[in-house]
Design a protein. Sequence first.
Length: 276
Amino acid sequence: MTNSAIALAAIPGTILLAGAGKMGGAMLTGWLNAGVALSRVAVIEPHLSDDLRKLVALDLRVNPTTDEAGPLAALVVAVKPQSFADAAPLLKTFTTPSTLVVSIMAGMTIGKIGAGCGGAVVRAMPNTPAAIGRGMTVAAPAPAVSAAQRAFADALLRSTGDVEWVDDEVLMDAVTAVSGSGPAYVFLLAEELAAAGVAAGLPAELATRIARATVSGSGELLHQSDLEAAILRKNVTSPGGTTAAALDVLMGKDGMKDLMTRAVAAATKRSKELAG
């Protein structure tokens, strides 16, 4: 059993998940896969998916009252940010000032979360690879979060992938721009690489298959290798070869470095705007 699984199993009380969409559902799956008993989880979700209905048939508690939920080990808030204002009064009925509240809402500050639903707040930003257990989550704790609560929040988040912690919440806007939005940039790379292959004469279906396999395979190599990305790139590049010719374009004026810097800056700015 992993340390995260031990931490999850050792904490008494209910894990209450508010919002069981794609990201919330991924976290729920991660907890159950880590060995958390279904009886220790309850979900607030007005629109039940087929997967949730199957779990309800196995006695998952859905939309419980405070009495039915019992004492909370943690409240995990995974509702859409624009729905939080409506959901907060209900969520607040489940918390005390010392209740661990873990939020994965994009752009929602610790201050707003605490004002809305109370508790000792951990603000976290996961990404969509969490759905396959390969997520990257960065979290920032409020001062009121104890060491034990931070460890439990880490276990909750680590059930879907890697976790990093920052003490300065201001960094969360840039985190959102890099890892939160980052999968979209990678998918765009696969999309445009396939389109470029078609423009070079490849059949569309073949271009799509080899672009997807190349991006996913390269990502797995990066995941498994101890080498820096720059070294892995150089290992593919022969002087004067085909890769070098392509990189002269991608790394030249107005190339990928400039585009990515501008893209992350734009996403960071938007995250700050969403936070108000």
